[in-house]
Ligand binder design. Structure first.
Ligand code: AVJ
Length: 320
C-alpha cells in the first residue's frame, strides 16, 4: 500500500522542527509548546478518547449538526469535486459527508500524523469501495500544494472540530486566507467553530473528570522524553485548564509542582514551583466574531448550522 505523499515539510525536516520548536518554546520567559505536537500515535489515540468523555461536547454535537445538514452542505458539489480536509485525524466526521456524496473525484485528507492517515484510509476504503483517496502528510498550517492533476478541479474544503480555535485570531485569518488559495478558484469551505458559552462548561470540556485530557496534555512530555532524550518526570507536572474571558479562549498548561531542572536534548531547563508551560489555546467565538475573521480572509459567509442549545456551529464559506 503506497505511503502518504509529502508535498510540504518533508518528514526528515519535521524531526528537526520538533527539536528546534521544543527547545525554543522551553527557553522563552513564558514557556510554551506548540499544540501540533500533541498528535503522535499515543496522542491521537488519547484525543479520540477525549471525544468520548461526557464533558467534551464539541465532537458529538458537531456530528449531530453534520448528520442533520449534510445534504444542504453538499449542495452544488459536482461529480468532479475534490474534497480537501485540513487536519483530518480519524476522518470520522468525513464519513458523514462521504455518505451523502453520490460522486466525488477524490478525497485528500491532510494530517501531520502518518498513522492517523493510513488508519483512516483503511477504514474508508473498506466502507467506500473505489473512493479515490490521496493522503497528504503535511502540516496544514503551512501553505499546501495539492497534486497537480487535482488543482484545476472544483474543491470543497472541510475543517471541522473547531481546530481553527487553536490559532490566535490574526493567525486564524492568515490560515483561512491560505486555505482559500489552496481551494481556489471559487472554493467552498465547511468549517466547525465552537461557540462562547458558560465558562464552567467550557473548562470542564478541557479538564474531564476521568483525567483523559490531563493524560493527553502530559503525553507531550513523554513524547519529548522519547524523541529528545529528555528527563521530564510526569509526576512533577500537573494539567491545568482555564478560561481567559478577555481573550475569549481556553488555555491549557502544564504546571511544575516544584523547583526542578529538566534536561532536554542535552540542554538544562530550569522550572520554578508553579511555573507553567502553555500547551494549547482554544479560542471560542460568537457567530458575528467568526464572520469578521472569515471576511478578513476574503471569504463570504453564507449559511450557518447550529445545534438547538447553541453549543457549536458549522459555517459555509464561499470564495468570490
Ligand atoms: C482538536 C483542537 C479541536 O481544541 O478542542 C481537545 C483539541 N485539546 N481537548 C480542541 C483538544 C484538549 C481540540 N481540537
Amino acid at each position: 500500500m503506497s505511503k502518504a505523499t509529502e508535498r510540504s515539510a518533508p518528514l526528515v525536516r519535521q524531526a528537526d522542527d520538533f527539536a528546534v520548536s521544543v527547545l525554543e518554546g522551553l527557553s522563552r520567559p513564558k514557556k510554551s509548546l506548540p499544540c501540533r505536537f500533541f498528535y503522535d500515535a499515543k496522542g491521537s489515540a488519547l484525543f479520540e478518547e477525549i471525544t468520548r468523555q461526557p464533558e467534551y461536547y464539541p465532537t458529538r454535537v458537531e456530528l449531530g449538526i453534520l448528520t442533520a445538514n449534510a445534504t444542504q452542505m453538499l449542495e452544488g458539489a459536482l461529480g468532479e469535486t475534490v474534497l480537501v480536509e485540513f487536519g483530518s485525524g480519524s476522518s470520522i466526521k468525513t464519513e458523514i459527508l462521504l455518505g451523502h456524496m453520490r460522486r466525488l473525484h477524490a478525497y485528500v485528507p491532510i494530517d501531520i500524523s502518518e498513522s492517523a492517515l493510513t488508519d483512516a484510509r483503511e477504514r474508508l476504503t473498506a466502507r467506500f469501495s473505489g473512493l479515490n483517496i490521496q493522503l497528504l502528510l503535511a502540516d496544514f498550517s503551512h501553505p499546501i500544494e495539492l497534486p497537480p492533476e487535482l488543482a484545476p478541479r472544483p474543491k470543497l474544503g472541510f475543517f471541522p472540530g473547531s481546530t481553527i480555535g487553536n490559532f490566535v485570531p490574526a493567525e486564524a485569518t492568515r490560515l483561512l486566507r491560505a486555505m482559500r488559495e489552496t481551494l481556489s478558484p471559487r472554493g467552498k469551505l465547511i468549517i466547525g467553530v465552537d461557540l462562547k458559552k458558560d465558562v464552567r462548561q467550557l473548562v470542564a470540556a478541557y479538564d474531564d473528570a476521568n483525567g483523559v485530557t490531563a493524560a493527553f496534555n502530559l503525553n507531550l512530555l513523554a513524547r519529548i522524553n522519547r524523541e529528545l532524550d529528555a528527563t521530564f518526570d510526569l509526576q512533577a507536572f500537573r494539567h491545568a485548564a482555564t478560561y481567559e474571558p478577555f481573550e475569549g479562549r481556553i488555555e491549557m498548561h502544564l504546571v511544575s509542582v516544584k523547583d526542578q531542572d529538566v534536561w532536554v536534548a542535552g540542554r538544562k531547563i530550569r522550572f520554578r514551583e508553579a511555573e507553567t508551560i502553555h500547551t494549547e489555546s482554544a479560542y471560542k467565538y460568537t457567530i458575528e466574531e467568526f464572520h469578521l475573521i472569515a471576511q478578513a480572509a476574503g471569504w463570504t459567509p453564507l449559511r450557518v448550522w447550529k445545534d438547538e442549545l447553541n453549543l457549536f456551529s458549522v459555517h459555509e464559506l464561499v470564495a468570490p
